[in-house]
Design a binder for this molecule. Structure first.
Ligand SMILES: C[S@@+](CC[C@H](N)C(=O)[O-])C[C@H]1O[C@@H](n2cnc3c(N)ncnc32)[C@H](O)[C@@H]1O
Length: 270
């Protein structure tokens, strides 16, 4: 099957719609099923398919929030946490900031909370936290109905999860609800790369090669076809920034990496 290699984007959608999903409920069910199926190979494939750059992107994201994480009482929540890698990056950054300030590790600091609605992902996150001794805890939660009180968090982050929400506006409003005024959000996500020859090479890899390797190793072709498909339909950086402003955020900033294929949106809860 030929895949058009243009940079043209279809109209943005209100939320993800995996193949065959007719509404938000079906979209969420398909997403849950897909991530449940690929959970055992998820970490391995993430690092392989990104040549371990995913670790760099998460570390850079965590470092954007050192000013929050260095406060031991600050509450940080990583939603759509999957197997926990961004939550761990936040916990490591908290430790690093404490050391730099001459404090004894993170004794007494709040653990980073990771949440996700796929239990096999959370099981892996908990195993990794136990074996590496990360100061992080994990809870099952739908990002569109978070079990956290209003204004209870200082920082909410998410990496490569937001695109999978069945309704982006509801997702942003939910993040804004749990953040206290002045609290900050960070959304790390794939976006369509920009123009130029290197971006074109990356686009070819992302749309053609990655689904083949991911599908073969995970045994789930649909999940790795869904990845480039969902990125193509995801709002552009500008559109997402505008949506964040409409949903209660100010001071929205965007950094792009990897030929424009990865974007970090940071913002403050107004
Ligand atoms: C691509 S993975 C990213 C995992 C992790 N954040 C990382 O950086 O590797 C997307 C995750 O989002 C989760 N997810 C998608 N929709 C969700 C929702 N509505 N509520 C909670 N988790 C969701 C999936 O279960 C999956 O673990």
């Amino acid at each position: 099957m030929a895949i058009a290699m243009t940079t043209e984007r279809p109209a943005p959608v209100p939320g993800t719609r995996p193949e065959g999903a007719r509404d938000e409920r079906e979209a969420a069910a398909r997403v849950r099923e897909m991530f449940g199926a690929i959970a055992p190979r998820y970490d391995f494939l993430n690092h392989l398919l990104s040549l371990s750059l995913d670790r760099v992107w998460r570390r850079r994201t965590a470092r954007r929030f050192t000013h929050i994480l260095r406060r031991p009482e600050a509450r940080a929540i990583d939603i759509c946490c999957g197997t926990g890698d961004l939550a761990f990056a936040l916990a490591r950054e908290r430790k690093r900031a404490a050391r730099a300030a001459g404090e004894r590790e993170t004794a007494g600091a709040m653990p980073v909370i990771g949440s996700d609605f796929v239990e096999p992902m959370l099981e892996r996150a908990r195993d990794k936290a136990r074996s590496a001794g990360h100061h992080a805890i994990f809870a099952a939660a739908d990002a569109l109905r978070l079990p956290f009180a209003d204004a209870s968090a200082d920082l909410v982050t998410t990496a490569f999860g937001f695109r999978n929400l069945a309704n982006y506006e509801s997702g942003l409003r939910e993040i804004a609800r749990v953040l206290q005024p002045g609290g900050e959000a960070g959304i790390l996500e794939f976006t369509e790369p920009g123009a130029g020859p290197l971006a074109a090479v990356f686009r070819f890899y992302f749309r053609r090669i990655l689904p083949l390797i991911g599908g073969a190793i995970s045994g789930n072709r649909e999940a790795y076809r869904y990845l480039p498909g969902s990125v193509a339909k995801f709002p552009s950086s500008k559109e997402l920034a505008a949506l964040m402003e409409r949903c209660g955020f100010s001071d929205v900033r965007v950094s792009t990496w990897n030929f424009g294929s990865v974007a970090l949106h940071t913002a403050r809860r107004a």
